[in-house]
Design a protein around this ligand. Sequence first.
Ligand code: PEP
Ligand code: MN
Length: 264
Amino acid sequence: LISRKWKVEPTRIDLGDGVIIGEGQFSIMAGPCSIESEKQIELVVQHLVENNVKIMRGGVFKPRSSPYAFRGLGLEGLQLFHRICREHGIKIITEVMQVSQIEDMIDYVDVFQVGARNSQNFNLLDALGEAQKPVLLKRGISGTIEELLQAAEYIFSNGNEKIMLCERGIRGYENAYRNILDLNAVPVLKAKTHLPVIVDPSHGIGLRDYVEEMSLAAVMAGADGVIYETHQKPEEAYSDGQQTLNFKESERMIRRMRQTYSLR
Ligand code: PEP
Ligand code: MN
């Protein structure tokens, strides 16, 4: 169902208020790795509004490698995130980690993110297929393109067609950076499926100095958008500070991505 052979026209996902994801648009989703406080949300929202970015990312349920690391503010954090974003017309994307969270979260999110670690959590994918809320599905940590497509098929075949795929880097042997951002996947996915393809350069390379270059490369590779991490003080971020842009860096990257997109 997600194949170009089944449906040639590209899928567009309408989040309301004129925010549309898919071919013909370049979507920017930005925000901290983790939602941390009311003040933090306000500062990021202000940065997004100033730069005409309509979608904010931020985790409230965080999949952390160590159980002792910060695991997110949970539902209360999401409600705060939602209230502030709604006041400013910003849409919300945040990660859902398990089936039981869907019902609690659904009224406060515009897009459910499925993280790399849950990319093949088939019960979660089935449940999101029934949820009728847009889903951004990340590629697994060592996931193949075929596995990503099959995972999307789980959601789609349960009745939810509002899916975007996300390349976020795959694990390789190189340790000069966090992951290997597989930009090959962008044109290949665009050819194989009608779904929008989004690139996450922050997790893809994992080092803030190179996030801008990889974003620009993603634009030219044909991505329908990017999702990346920004924070008022990356060095104080509760998670993923090393790959997070400050607002000055973020602003410059937004400007350059838009310029580059206009050349495509
Ligand atoms: C995130 O977006 O902060 C995240 C945990 O991403 P991933 O699932 O790609 O590791
Ligand atoms: Mn992160």
